[in-house]
Structures are given as structure tokens and as C-alpha cells.
Design a binder for this molecule. Sequence first.
Ligand SMILES: NC(=O)C1=CN([C@@H]2O[C@H](COP(=O)(O)OP(=O)(O)OC[C@H]3O[C@@H](n4cnc5c(N)ncnc54)[C@H](O)[C@@H]3O)[C@@H](O)[C@H]2O)C=CC1
Ligand SMILES: CC(=O)C(=O)O
Ligand SMILES: [Mg+2]
Length: 371
Amino acid sequence: MKIGCPTEIKPQEFRVGMTPDAAREAVNHGHTVLIQAGAGMGAGFTDEDYTTAGAAIIDTAEEIFATADMIVKVKEPQAVERKMLREGQLLFTYLHLAPDPDQTRDLLDSGCTAIAYETVTDDRGGLPLLAPMSEVAGRLAPQVGAYTLQKANGGRGVLMGGVPGVAPAKVVVIGGGVVGTHAAKIAAGMGADVTILDRSLARLKYLDDVFGRDFKNQYSTAGATAELVRDADMVIGAVLIPGAAAPKLVSRAQLSEMKPGAVLVDVAIDQGGCFETSKATTHADPIYEVDGIMHYCVANMPGAVARTSTQALGNATLPFLLNLANKGWKQACADDPHLLNGLNVHAGKLTYFAVGKALGIDVVSPQLMIK
Ligand SMILES: NC(=O)C1=CN([C@@H]2O[C@H](COP(=O)(O)OP(=O)(O)OC[C@H]3O[C@@H](n4cnc5c(N)ncnc54)[C@H](O)[C@@H]3O)[C@@H](O)[C@H]2O)C=CC1
Ligand SMILES: CC(=O)C(=O)O
Ligand SMILES: [Mg+2]
């Protein structure tokens, strides 16, 4: 199979879909790997690293999209990339379709087969291709939130760890999954007073057993959330209902009850965001203010630490990528129901129920697509 990996073109996105190590493994399995010139530079991989691994360097994205059987990326295809997708071509990348009707329509119109990293599952109830980037974004969230809390950036002027005699920042994390747990660990490590909310009692039990001394946890109700948010210096949004639009858990009206200069970091923004006032921002202009509350809502946070993120993502995607290339997507998905859960679009049909529900589009069962 011809596997193509174009340069990411989302603003300030420095990750790349395949590392030189991934390229080498695919070549060793007999595949042709086409890497766009300079695609790895932002993550610290040179064209020579790829040619040494056996890949071919191709000048333009147009050539890659025109010739590759499978396109491997990081971010959802941008409008110009969507125009280049073809019927029968396989796209393997993050998609986040529920909040993105334009992208969904373009993917359906293209006739391509699109497998979304974020909805591939594992047999422990996890999301193995989302998890590495959730670890990164979770660990980054208190770091960017602490910067935003600084006075010059519009924040309240509160230091995460306080100092002897002065209380630390109060950090509330909504959602105690991968993002939330990593965010809480780092915020607690910075010395903040951290509370994590989740609506899964099993998850709260786990957090209590493992991190009970590091941070508090509470069951997520509207009342508990409102009370904690009112008193917070920083709120980190980290909820997920897989594939679906994020539930709005803090309303605009609640902002006026918060402390002026408090910070909202909405990591869940790629699924539409869990604060009513969230709108996606970029690394070039990440922070904005609404009613005196600072918002950080970057939808590709891991791009800021592109080298770490590319390696972590590559480790997770490689076995799936090899299966797709070795067997073809139909057989690979027939053999692995967890990979089939990643199928969002095939030949003009939407195949992921939560996306269909969010966008009001009819869905065809993915099982029917592999018959
Ligand atoms: N902005 C960015 O750059 C990135 C964003 N993300 C996003 O972060 C979000 C979280 O991802 P993960 O932590 O991997 O998901 P996860 O599935 O590991 O955790 C989500 C948690 O939210 C909880 N939850 C659901 N509804 C809730 C509610 N009403 N109140 C409290 N908790 C609730 C669930 O019980 C679960 O524990 C996703 O939208 C993901 O796409 C992930 C990586 C990068
Ligand atoms: C998960 C995701 O959207 C990202 O890493 O950018
Ligand atoms: Mg994203």
C-alpha cells in the first residue's frame, strides 16, 4: 500500500502523522511511504531521517493526496485538504466531527473512508489513540492556565502554589478521565488546591484510592459544579462523552459569579467545549476574555510540544496503522471491533451514531460496511 503523510497545515500545528520509526516499520512490511518535504521539521525530524528509514520525500501535499491509498495525519483535514480526498481513499487521523458540520459534509461528499483516532476503543473501556494526546493536553492545562492567571495576561494575579502564609490557587477540574487526571496531578504538583469532579462513581473511587492525598474529588452535579466554580481561580474543562458534542457545564450567567480574572481552560473544546462561552482559539492567539473571565480554548494543545506529542501519538497509532496497511481497512476492521469503532465515514455514509445525533444526519451501522 502507498501510505502518504502530508505536512500539517492547521495554524501552529507542528506535529506530524508518522515518525521516521513508524515509516521504517511500514517500509519493512513492504509498504511505500510518502512523506511531504519538511513535514517532520516541527517535531525535530529531518527529511534525511525519513529517507534513511526508507521513505520517499514528496514535494507537495497535492502529489501525496493524488497518489496515496492511505493518508495518515494528526489534525482533522482542513478545507483545502478535504478537496483533495478521493473516493476509496483511507484517511486515518483525528476528526472530531460532532461539532464540525462543514468537515462532516465534505468528508461525506469526498467518498473517502475516514477512521477517527478519537473513537477507536480498547478492551478496558479506554480510547487508546486519544489517550496519549489527552495525557499531553492534561499536563499542559495547568501550565497554560498558570500563565493566563498572571496579571499581564489578564488573570487574577494568583500564584499556583501560593507562598508560606498565602493560600495557593484553587483549581477545579471537571472530568476525571485521562485529561483531568493528568491536569490534577500537575496542578497539585505545582502546589495548588485541586478538586476534580466526575459523574462516574467508579472513576471517583479510583481517583480517591490512587490520589486521595494529592487532590480532592467530588461527584459532578450542577450544584456542586456551580459552588466550586464560583470559588475557583482556575477551572479546567476535561469532560468527554465519546464522539458526542461536549455537554455545557458552566453557563455565561455563572461567569458573573466568579472571581474577576479567574481562568477557564477548556480542553474539551475539540468536542465543542464544556463552557457556554468557549470558542476554539489557536496557539497564535490562545486567550480571550468574556465578562472578566479569561478563556484558553486551543483545540490542538499538544501541537505546542510537538516532539513529545508526535512520539507519543506515533507509539499509539503504529499497530493500527500497520494493520490497516497490511490487511486493508475492511479486513482490519472486521478483525478488530475496536478499530471498527473508529470508522466515522465510508463512501458517503456517516457510520458513527453520536456524530449523527449531534448533527442530525442519518447513520448507517459500521457493521454493514464491512460485510
Ligand atoms: N484541546 C486539545 O488539544 C485536546 C483535547 N482533548 C479532549 O479532552 C476531552 C477529554 O478527553 P479524555 O480525558 O481523554 O476523555 P476520558 O473519556 O478519559 O475522560 C472524560 C471524563 O469525563 C467524565 N464526564 C462525562 N460527563 C461528565 C460530567 N457531566 N461531569 C463530570 N465528568 C463528566 C467521564 O466520566 C470521564 O471520566 C475530550 O474532548 C478530548 O477530545 C484531548 C486531547 C487534546
Ligand atoms: C486530540 C486532539 O485533537 C489533538 O491532539 O489535537
Ligand atoms: Mg483537538
